[in-house]
Ligand binder design. Sequence first.
Ligand code: URA
Length: 237
Amino acid sequence: MPIKSSKTRLDKLLSSLGYCSRSEIKTLLREKRILINDIVATKNDTKVFHEEVKFDNEPLDPPLGMVIVMNKPLGLVCSHDDSEGQLVYSLLPSRWQRRDPKLSTIGRLDKETSGLLLLTDDGQLLHRLTSPRHHVAKIYEATLERPLNANVGEIFASGTLMLNGEKTPCLPAKLTIIDDTHVTLEITEGRYHQVRRMFAAVGNHVVSLHRCTFGELTLRGLEVGAYRLLLAEEIFS
Ligand code: URA
């Protein structure tokens, strides 16, 4: 949700949105590419509201408080460290990749997990949605290496399943069987590699994993690799 707008120095605003560095703004002012209330801007330190400014005659990108839903392809990494492989951020416009505060993923999907991924530059929202106390439901589709044992649904629903190295059991999770080796699993936590570890704990192995929902959000209308900005009313209160 856009965070309430207040007046900011023009150079600070444009550099925080990734348009230029604070030193590059002088060139942009000389080139008359920045308008304030439709009048050519001349000074880098003018205090402005976000909505008063245009760049190349276009309104600015959304202010701080952006939330993005992406259909993450397999093979991309939820990290800011590109030594780990191609980053999910590389799918976004380059200007968005230069924003400060940075866009970060809300939780992570493994490199080999596809599906619904949220990103934001709103630190408070990020903190709230990744806190262990926040129990939003997420549904995953999994393909398993072996047919499931009959009692796995009960074990997952019981709230007693312990994962290796953890001190508390997983909260109850809802398993839906599609066929012998295809299931959906609804969980309300976000422990490290949780879905893969839950199936490992019952002697199976996840061959492919895709997140199809996060709360009420789905991937409807989003091709693999595509993303869209969330509307204020779609963001979790
Ligand atoms: N659980 C996993 O094991 N991996 C993910 O990427 C998400 C949930």
